[in-house]
Design a protein around this ligand. Structure first.
Ligand code: AHG
Ligand code: MN
Ligand code: MN
Length: 357
């Protein structure tokens, strides 16, 4: 029954055999997968594991940390710091970059991660995930925060794990997007979905509509048109989903298409969107592009956007290509005033957001 199946390690060795790095990247991804197995074991225990609830601390984002946020963060550091593959890490849960302890060898890669994505779902037993991104560090010196601020286009690997009814690991090393399912009996990730492709068209969207009054006009326009369904300009009905774990919402989109939006809004003027560029938007953007989808901040590709701080936030609009391109067009039409043809020319270019992200 187990003969002939492709394990994660076998797959990575095959995909990366031309890379001249002594197997470091493959080794790092196998270490990430080891952490994912520990996190899967903890999440699967649910309330019985004693892992539910919060700890008395807020992270750099000002969010109250859940026990599992911290334990997942520790699991990733523990699995990845010792192997000699990493020069440093950035985690959602830690303000400063994580240095490799002096007793371990330093390698050539940087790892950015969101140890537990969708943590508001932990205590209600809804899917959560882990997101990670790998960059190259070309220097011999330990990395400073600037070394992590690379464009997403420079990622050499990225992925996420989803802790759902089954635990799955979805990975890209720039050669398509591939999904593995954890076989708990033997403790291996097995290739189950090779070369995932996101259909270019969709009739499904995902957005938190409770923020509607804070959105920019192009997002309101798009969502209004979807909601109008057959009776509106789109001429067909749309369906809506929102899980509040980006990983779970993106996983559905990878499996059957759709568009996910966490746009910038005016809810908190200090925050440009909700999701973080280095360890949420960039890795998911890479995964989505490698599956034939698009990932935008409304006014350009997420992967081309420079980062200016480790925990920087960005608007995220991704999934089925034709829908993402339509939403980008709505932003362009808004910025030029073309969506308001009868407005006074004086007001056309007036937008709170025009020249920013
Ligand atoms: P995290 O749990 O790592 O802070 O991320 C949660 C993110 C993302 O996964 C999800 O799409 C979004 O926050 C949900 O936000 P709302 O609670 O505003 O819907
Ligand atoms: Mn997250
Ligand atoms: Mn998180």
């Amino acid at each position: 029954m187990y003969l002939g199946r492709t394990t994660l390690s076998k797959f990575l060795i095959e995909q990366l055999h031309e890379l001249d790095d002594n197997g470091q990247l493959a080794g790092l991804l196998v270490d990430v997968a080891a952490a994912v197995k520990s996190i899967a074991a903890m999440t699967a225990k649910g309330a019985l594991g004693g892992f539910h609830g919060v700890i008395d601390n807020t992270n750099v984002q000002g969010e109250i940390q859940k026990k599992l946020d911290v334990l997942s963060n520790d699991a990733l550091i523990d699995a990845c710091e010792w192997g000699g593959m990493l020069a440093g890490m950035v985690s959602e849960e830690m303000e400063e970059p994580i240095q490799i302890p002096a007793e371990f060898k330093r390698g050539r890669y940087l790892l950015n991660f969101d140890p537990l994505d969708g943590s508001s779902n932990i205590d209600v037993n809804v899917s959560v995930g882990t997101i990670f991104s790998v960059l190259v560090h070309d220097k011999d010196t330990p990395p400073t925060v600037e070394d992590f601020l690379q464009e997403g286009r420079r990622q050499v690997a990225a992925g996420y794990a989803i802790y759902g009814p089954a635990t799955m690991l979805v990975i890209t090393v720039g050669k398509g997007t591939h999904a593995f399912t954890l076989d708990r009996e033997i403790g291996n990730f097995i290739l189950t979905h090779e070369n995932l492709r996101i259909p270019p068209d969709t009739s499904e969207f995902a957005i938190n509509t409770s923020n509607e009054r804070f959105w920019e006009p192009p997002i309101s326009r798009y969502v209004e048109e979807c909601k109008a369904g057959k009776t509106g300009v789109r001429g067909r009905d749309f369906n809506m989903r929102w899980i509040a774990s980006m990983v779970a919402d993106v996983h559905r989109i990878l499996m059957r298409g759709g568009v996910f939006m966490y746009p910038r809004d005016t809810k908190d003027p200090a925050k440009v969107g909700r999701l973080r560029l280095l360890y949420e938007a960039n890795p998911i953007g890479f995964i989505v592009e490698q599956a034939g989808g698009a990932a935008s901040y409304g006014r350009g590709a997420i992967l081309d956007h420079a980062a200016d701080s480790a925990h920087q936030r960005i608007a995220v609009i991704l999934g089925s290509k034709n829908e993402v391109e339509r939403i980008e067009r709505y932003h362009a039409e808004h910025d030029s005033g073309a969506d308001r043809p009868y407005a006074s020319p004086l007001f056309k270019d007036r937008s709170l957001y025009r020249s920013e992200v």
